[in-house]
Design a protein around this ligand. Sequence first.
Ligand SMILES: [Cu+2]
Length: 125
Amino acid sequence: MIILVNLLGLALIALIVWWFWMAKSFTRHSAANVVAAEHDLVAIDVENGVYTPDTIHVKKGKTITLRFTRKDPNPCAEMVLLPDFNTSAELPLNKPYDMKLTPEKEGEFEFTCQMGMYRGQLVVE
Ligand SMILES: [Cu+2]
């Protein structure tokens, strides 16, 4: 019984540490993490609570492939949702997943994991 309580305590601590660590990367859109899609394909790493790059500039009306590579085994990173494009995908672990999009209107469109911890944006111009 005591072992069980200790284990619960440890799990709780791990959860709290994880939560704060995730929260820190919550709104991190640093300038270094911005990319302009000069080619038809942009590779995005999904790791450590951030999409890299997390801000992708694309041209309106031009079809682009987002190549997501999930390196985070956490189930949190599993899904990527693009509500503005009515699209979502389940990302395999350590295997590139290609998502094709043709943005038809200008603006900033978020993409996130299902819990909104991973955050990125497509800037259509
Ligand atoms: Cu998540």
